[in-house]
Design a protein around this ligand. Sequence first.
Ligand SMILES: *Cc1c(COP(=O)(O)O)cnc(C)c1O
Length: 339
Amino acid sequence: MNEIDWSNLSFGYIKTDFNVRCHYKDGAWGDLEVTDSESINLHMAATCLHYGQEVFEGLKAFRGKDGKIRIFRLEENAKRMQSSCDGILMAKLPVEKFSEACIKAVKMNERFIPPYESGSSLYIRPLLIGTSAQVGVSPAKEYTFLVFVTPVGPYFKGGFQTSPVAILRQYDRAAPLGTGIYKVGGNYAASLVAGDKAHSLGYAAVLYLDAREKKYIDECGPANFFAIKNNCYITPKSSSILPSITNNSLMKLAEDMGMKVERRQVAEEELATFEEAGQCGTAAVISPISKVDDLDENKSYLIAKDGKPGPVCTKLYNKLRGIQYGDEPDTYGWVTVVD
Ligand SMILES: *Cc1c(COP(=O)(O)O)cnc(C)c1O
């Protein structure tokens, strides 16, 4: 293997040694299989290709100062994948099998886990697809689960910083009673045009409003939205938001820090009152928001007055990262130590 520059990795794909797979056939999951192949042999009529029967997860393993490897909230990711499977009628992988596969993939690629000092981590990507041949619209009878890992760099290369987001009213990511609450590839395909437009205009992400009324904040493309006001952690409640495990963790930590936590509808106008706001998700933990521009309505909400991450975002970010790397006690049992 060529020397990897651990501190300068991007959020891309680097080939590792092995991936772990499991097949569902005749109503049952088989044994875990390990392979060094980066390809899958797929029937051209597989349901994942035509009708989008695909769900995925994203989680990370961290190398601690103590040398130990920690996977963050493994079981929660397993459960969310099951919920996504229920959402688009796919065979569910048992939680234990999901966990076993992720741990195996991490252990077998141990040499790709970045050192503690780099601030990098090992990204774990589990995915599940419908594989049996079908032309009529109905769920597959056979499925493949696969987990691969790839080292990824620290999200903030020049230190923790803010970025702007845009409201683009001509686009919806998900319908109020649609698949927004499931981690399915189709939601991402549906968000690419708006995301590309936002990026080309210099924004880090699209901040979606609720599709029905265009009044309430939903989430930021691939990350949840939260805000801080009057010692309160506020995050939108909606039927089209993906339940972020990072957001769930931050709510607990905010409570621990003596803050009130509110999960409720958040009207766009309330942006004018927030002291801090951020996107949250596995990739960055927190990406603080500098301002929100509602481009169609010609409105702009300045959140970070000095352009810097606020004290609450910074504290929450450091605390969660501390737990992930093993620098802070794991009070809630969020961490699986791999040995
Ligand atoms: C994965 C994802 C998130 C973030 O979830 P985490 O569990 O925190 O990584 C947020 N929104 C969407 C749409 C997602 O797919």
